[in-house]
Every structure is written in C-alpha cells, then in structure tokens.
Design a protein around this ligand. Sequence first.
Ligand code: FES
Length: 245
Amino acid sequence: MIRETKAIIERTRRLGAGWQRLSLAVEDPALEHIQPGQTLLADTGDYLRENWIPVGFDSEEGVMLIEHPLGRTYTPGEVINLLGPVGTPFQLRHGVRHLLLVVLDYEPTRLLFLLHQAIKKEMAVTLVLTGIAREYPISTLPPVVEVIIGDEPETWPNQEDTLTWADQVYLLTAPMFSEERYLPLIYTLSKLRPALPEGFLQGVFDMPMPCGTGACAACMVRTSNGNLPACVDGPAFDVTQLKFL
Ligand code: FES
C-alpha cells in the first residue's frame, strides 16, 4: 500500500558526466522492502512529484540508492517527502538463467535495480544500450554484466543471438515510441521461437505519475485486459498483451 514518509539525503555522488546517485536514509522501514520496478514519488518543490527510481541499497550504510540524470542539485541533509511504493514489482519467470535487458534510446535507470538483483541471484545478464542510453557510465556496473552497444536506436549487434538464448527479456524505451520499437521485436521473436511464454517479453512504461494510485488516469496503458494504470498494474506489461493503435 502506498504511504507517505520522508527521507534525508545522506550523500550525493556524480556518476560520469551526466548522472548522479543519491544515498537516502528513509524514515519508513517498510520501504526497505521496495522491489525492482517500484518507485517513489518525491516532492521536490515542483507542481508534480518526481518519480524517483531506486537502483538498490547500500546495506553497510543502511541507505537506499537513487539515480538521476544530472539536473537539479541536491544537498546532503536535505529532507524529501516521499510517497510509495508505486507500482508492481517486476516478475522474474521461474528458472530464468539468462536475462536480457534492452534499453532503446532511453535512460536505463528503470532497469538497474533488476540488473543488480539478477546478478546477486547469479543470473547471466546482458544489457543492450542504444541511442542516448549509451551515455550511461557503464564503468559503474558490475563487470560480470555483458554490455552490448547499438549504434541504431532500434536494433543492436547479434540481436537474434541475444533474443534466442534469453530466458526473459525486459524492454525499455520512451512510451511514445513503444509501438514502433516493440512490434518489430515481437516479429523477430516470432521467427525465432514457436511460441512466446507468458511474461517472456516485458515492456516497461516509464510514464509521468501524478497520483501513483490509479486515480488520475494519467498513465494508462492499452492492453487486451483493458486500459490499465502503469502506476498500479505496471510499469511492466507483457508486450504480447499490449494493444497498439
Ligand atoms: S499516476 Fe494517476 S493513474 Fe497513474
């Protein structure tokens, strides 16, 4: 259930040229159980709350780690009001050993918590970065992650191989490009695999989320089960269940 709490920014760290990582001491201990896929709505003084995306925890320091593109500067000691957790945790299919994370011309932050969790579970993880995702400082990632860089926004080297050996795939792109970037992948996969198991191909919708409770209809995604709010039923949806225009 979504709840209000506050957090103190313990530390800020610059990652590469365009990213920052915030260490947060969160007041509500229930948020220690936040899962990959879930986010927090932070009151940063703007009209709408900002969607803050956890990328993991530092258990030694007892802090939650949040990553952002560099924009606003935060100061250690600043207190931030939060609402969360927002959304449904990402679901890893039973028996996944090879996880493919694909970020098509978008900020990869939404998938990083899942990446770290999968590494802890000793899965083999491949991360594809195309377009602006290539600007992410990959030197901060665990060295066991295989990183593939694609020069074109929609595709990447050895695409068929990576799709063939993956046990599950998470896709991330700008929501407005989801149709033109996800549909070709369904087509490619349909040639490689006789049938796609349920949940195999997940598309992540990083929508603006003014309320986080399903009440304002700002983050609806069209699926075969009707229009569903990404802030409650997402952010990940089975791509084969999506209804494109
Ligand atoms: S943010 Fe209001 S319905 Fe999703």
